[in-house]
Design a protein. Structure first.
Lengths: 345, 345
DNA sequence: ATCATCCATGTAAAGGTTTACATTGTGCGA
DNA sequence: TCGCACAATGTAAACCTTTACATGGATGAT
């Protein structure tokens, strides 16, 4: 008859249980786990057996308390639903896992109270490193970075550039987008989504200007409208343009959400796209494929950003402190159906 | 002249620093924080002052280690990008926060290895409770639930119903959807997304059958196609229907993603919707608004589910153990543009 | 004046690890 | 045979809290 399997201890086993069973001291158990070469083979075997029987797993909390450092990385995002977020996460996690780190996610909702909760988490050494999504400084801007563990920003700089960040080369990407419109023959182009606060969006504006400068399009021929990067803001900007009565032949939008707003607005006004108007976005979010027409846009190299950001973070965890470093990855143009030649006058 | 502000200790202050400064014992400090009524007013003031000066925040890890329980809730999801997830999260977090708990998110990607990492996290008492998204059992199905902290499932039952879950009443919701199609005059209706594994989807199928039974639609008039709930699966099922040459007048899809696949497929074949075909979905994901035509669907009461699930979890944290309990919330029909009368023959 | 209460505070243990240092025992060279 | 080096293991402190229990002093009743 088969023996019933050994009962796993109801509340999980401690290192002491293992030591007792293996008839060694707890120090030896710890060594058998972390520096096996310092333990005699026979002892090691007994310990491993005892671990198997008890089902022991080391209490990460006690471990971190003692070591003053955990092996978790905290990723803080203002909005988990951000379509950029979920795809970047996989890159982050793969890289972390390869180095023995786990990833936890915190959702701040741009609420400083919540940010503070996570700050306490960090101050208790419950995470060894911090990743900040989309340039938000979740603890209020005055936070001293000295109290934080090693930190890397994702997509946008944080804390006035006091820390490293990994992002896309917004200027170059935007320039590619604008050049695509120019080379399709457009001359009157509107830029939708001017921002005073978001650096990335400012850079995209700059890329737009660089391309149009190079093509010698006079500044007076450029329409620039403000927007906060939401679908609604795209629609709104469109209204303003039509109120002024100066319709361009193409729209370059600061991101895909804005572009979707513009596309919807144009369709609602009876324009047939892309015959009557061309629209280009930035980001390549999943929805970009499902708009009609599918959006031509600039693709965020998401998994590359995730991988590099985590790699950078892990370096500063293990290695010595290094000066902040900005890594910009070049994005690519994705041609779909929303850009064609301008209509004949 | 203003004094320079007191330097915050470089590595964060411990309770001992506070005690020294306030000239009391660490026990008194702890009491001043947690049971202030047991500390003399004057002492309490001195302690509070010392806390302010040192910038002390209690080390959550040491606290949890001592108390054998933390005040964090872990939410485990196979796919953070799931459009249901982000909106449910807010409900969860609000409820948790109101009771002094924080929320951390783990992304399992349906990878048992990652699941195991989070299991270690739990076994170290780093989270007091667990929330499982979409019926996935991230540690492999054989895991003994005894080792887990109090756990509640979201949307679908987990561990064969051994734990409570909060979800939508899929059967009733699907019935509402089917009845909407019936009352619009449809008689030949296809159900897209039959599943052998996902219970929620099976229930939706059942709601479909109940409605059609009640309307005395013979079983032979019902088309049922398999699908795994992805956009692609919707498109695929559509192909099969056309290959068989038995087009219905309406499609009831197991979820919105499937419905989007069907809508795209129909448009690609030149059908004009909703004139030629009606389509109804389930879930009401954000994209449902941006398809053409906007999708009529059944709305998941997301924030209610989040709130209730967290409330249920918190109850079993504080109160005594209770038997597993299933809470089903009734979803509502959202009428948009994808359902009309069937075309005349 | 004596004693019992009670309030405010301190002492010390416990929670589960890791690791510097101390101890033991073995083998080897002289 | 002695002593030394080194390998294997054990002892105990430290990480930072919380809390049961002990202590001391003041208050009030008798």
């Amino acid at each position: 008859m088969a023996q019933p399997p050994p009962l796993p201890s109801p509340s999980s086993a401690t290192i002491e249980d293992v030591a007792r069973l293996a008839e060694v001291s707890i120090a030896t158990v710890s060594r058998a786990i972390h520096t096996p070469e310092k333990v005699a083979t026979s002892t090691r075997q007994r310990v491993n057996q005892a671990i198997a029987i008890t089902g022991y797993t080391t209490n990460a909390m006690a471990r971190s308390l003692r070591m003053g450092r955990s092996n978790m990385i905290l990723v803080l995002a203002p909005d988990i639903g951000d379509p950029n977020f979920s795809s970047i996460l996989v890159g982050l996690e793969n890289e972390a896992r390869a180095h023995g780190y786990g990833v936890l996610i915190g959702h701040t909702q741009n609420d400083p109270e919540r940010g503070l909760d996570y700050l306490k988490f960090l101050n208790s050494n419950q995470a060894a490193g911090l990743l900040l999504f989309t340039g938000h400084a979740p603890f209020g801007h005055q936070t001293m970075t000295e109290r934080l563990p090693p930190t890397v920003g994702l997509f946008e700089p944080v804390f006035n550039g006091q820390i490293s960040y990994v992002g896309v080369d917004d200027t170059a990407g935007a320039r590619k987008a604008a050049e695509h419109l120019l080379s399709s023959g457009h001359r009157r182009i509107a830029f939708i989504g001017e921002s005073r606060t978001r650096l990335g969006h400012q850079r995209r504006r700059r890329g737009f200007d660089l391309a149009l400068d190079a093509a010698r399009i006079p500044a007076t021929d450029r329409l620039v409208l403000e927007g906060d990067g939401t679908i609604e803001s795209g629609r709104l900007a469109l209204e303003q343009i039509f109120m002024r009565g100066e319709a361009p032949t193409a729209f370059m939008c600061v991101n895909d959400a804005t572009a979707i707003g513009v596309v919807n607005g144009l369709s609602a006004r009876g324009y047939e796209l892309p015959r009557d108007m061309s629209v280009i976005g930035f980001d390549d979010i999943p929805q970009a494929t499902y708009v009609h027409p599918p959006l031509t846009t600039i693709r965020q190299p998401r998994s590359a950003i995730g991988r590099q950001a985590m790699a950078l973070l892990l370096q500063s965890l293990d290695g010595p402190a290094r000066p902040p470093e900005d890594i910009l990855i070049m994005p690519d143009l994705v041609v779909r159906g929303s850009v064609t030649l301008p209509p004949r006058r």
